[in-house]
Structures are given as structure tokens and as C-alpha cells.
Ligand binder design. Sequence first.
Ligand code: FEO
Length: 427
Amino acid sequence: MFPIMPCIIGGSEVSTRYLEGRRDLVEYVVDRVVRDVYVLKVNDRHTKYFEALWEIPEGISYNAYLVKTGEGAILIDGWKSIYSGKLLELLERLIDRDELRYIIVQHTEPDHTGSLEDVARWAENATVLGHPMAKRIMGSGYPIATSRFKPVRDGETIELGGVKLQFIYAPWLHWPDTIYTWMPDSGVLFTCDSFGAYGATSCVFDDECRYHDLILRWTKKYVVTVIGSYRKFIVRALEKIKKLGVKPKIIAPGHGVVWRKDPSLIVDYYERLATGVPHGEKITVIYASMYGSTEAAAVTLARHLNRRGAHVVLHPFTDTTRSLLSEILADVIDSKALVIAAPTYEAGLFPLMELVLDEICAKASGEKPFAIISSYGWGGIAAKRIREKLESCGFKLAGVYEEQMVSPQGLVSDESALEALAAKLLG
Ligand code: FEO
């Protein structure tokens, strides 16, 4: 066990960072969002696969928020259970346990509620607030929290020590239980998963981050992998807060940075991703190649696409490299078109491509054109399978290039056919 090492960042008396266990580089950060509102953030670089599925070498943070008032405090969300003890330590530094009057559960997924039972046990005066669905989802797994649970209605307001908070139901972002919490006096909108991102960032606020391109890349990865299946609910939530006249000065999500300098940037970015706006002339080429032949055709097609002005992103699966599923989906979501290249494997499609296409259909489907490249030894099945899968979720076939045994030396027998396919794909 490593000692807790406090060090001051940012020159503020509440801006304190704790490092523990250098091996995993877990960081605990407390910083002031606005007067009497604090972000309690843990930077988790230990989790390599979010939801045991999505590759996140960049890590992830879980953000809870503490609102202090003259009549008590309110905690919004929490952390994953393995960090629960540390969250209690930080809370003890900021408030007396009797001061905590409310714990708001904006969303019950355990990356935000893993600490809930411990906090509810610690703060025995606290009432737990959430959407009625939250209690149902918590079931019997949170006996202390559910025994003090009080459901809140869409639009309901609470007031404590002159601080007003309004709850806005935002279903399917990312579960059916989700609520936002709006603090009109300070202009802070707490949104849990919405407007969140992957990345265990040292910067707490958008204006402190020097690598905005990466922040947006990690945001895109997060949106497509976590909320991808529910993208239309992002649009609905945005319409709803607009109709309510909610104009946030600060967006305070449950993951990633707090947006205080330019909250419209993250809102607009989410909207673009949710509505499927392509990033220029971007085309994503995903190829699987057992012996180099499919790769040769895919790279040849990519070259022709590039010559015609496309910005081509390649995601290979070969005997020396394997693209990450989370990165593939992040590129698919804002591509103008796709190329899927894979061989037949035994009597079916190359298995890893089956998985990729399943996830594209689940998380990043859209009415975009796609081209197929396929090769085979004794039986051509892959092209048919790719077509069936992608057409079943809205993609439009632009053309197919299929050959028996394209050269493993990297030569394609019909380069002009690939050139023609590039032209067709670009319309
Ligand atoms: Fe960050 Fe859906 O939990």
C-alpha cells in the first residue's frame, strides 16, 4: 500500500490532488467548479476495458459533485466501488457527515453508484433522490440507499440553504433512469454520462487542457461505445433543455472534463455525433487479412480513394496487428462511407469481422454507402455475409470486389476494378 501524497494544484485551497498506488496511477482530485460546488474526480488508469468491453488505454474518470449550502450539503453521483473508501475520505475533508442531506442518483450504473451504499451508511441523515426507475434498477443491491430513497418527478425542484436544483428526466442517457440536475442560479448542468468522455485527464476543466483534439477523440469513442445505441435520445434531451430555457454556463458530466469555458463546444459536438454528421471526406477502411491478399486489395482501394480526395482511415486485422474495436467505432460514426474487406473463413465470414459488423450495426449504424472487398480459397461466403449484415442496419451497398486468392505478394489482379469501385463509393 502506498501512502497518500497530497500536493496542491491550481493555487486554490480546495484544489488538492492525491496520488495513490503509482503502479496504477490512480489520482483523486478535488476542485472548485463555482462557489460552493466542488468536483470530486477519480482518474482511473487501472481499468483497461470499460464495461469489460471497450479498450481505453487513455483511462477514464468518474466525477461526483458536492454542493455545499448553509443548511447542509448535496452529493451528486459517486464513484466505482473500488474507490469508495477514498471518496469517503475526501467527503470527510469537506463536510461533516451530518451535513450531507441529499445524495442524488442521476444514473444507477455502478461506475457512478459503486460508492452509494458506503456513502449512504456514512451519512445517515441523507435522503437518496433519483428517478423512480432508479429504485427499481437498484433492486435489493443497495438496501441502505433504497430504504432512504425518495423519487423525484421530471421538472421537480428541491431547495436547500437557498440553493435550488431542478431535475430533468433524460431517459436512455444512458439507461432509462437518467436525470440531469440543473442549478439555475449558477448555471451548472450536471449530466452524468451525457457530455462525458473517456480519458483520465490531469486537467479538470476544458480551459486547462492543452490537447483538445485528444479530448474530442476520447469523447467520440465514449459516445459511440456507451451511448451509441441511444443516439437519438441525445437529440431529444438537447431539444428538451432548449425548450425548458436551460442555458448552461457550465456542463458538469460524470466522466471527463468539466466544460466551463466553452460548454457549447461539447454540446455541439455531441449533437453532430448524434445526428451522424460526417467529418469531411472521411472514409474508414476496415480489413481482415490472413495471408496478405485482402490487405493488398484494401490498400489499393484506399490509395484510389485518397487520390480522389478522400481522407482514408485504415483499421487492419492481420497476423501482426489488430485494431481496437472502440477506435474502429469512433471512426465509423463520423465517416462518410465504409469499406469492409475480409476473407471467407471456413464456411463463414472472418470471425473478428463478424463482431466488428455486429457492433457497427448496434452502435454506429447509418444510411451510408459501403463497399466490400473479399477473397477466398475454396468458397466465397464473406461478401454475401457482409452485405446482409450491413444492409440489415441501413447501409447502402456501392459495390463489391471479390476474387479467388488475390495474390499474397500484395498484387491485385484487377486494379482498374478497384479504381472503379473507389469512384462508385465516392459517388
Ligand atoms: Fe457512466 Fe452509464 O455509466
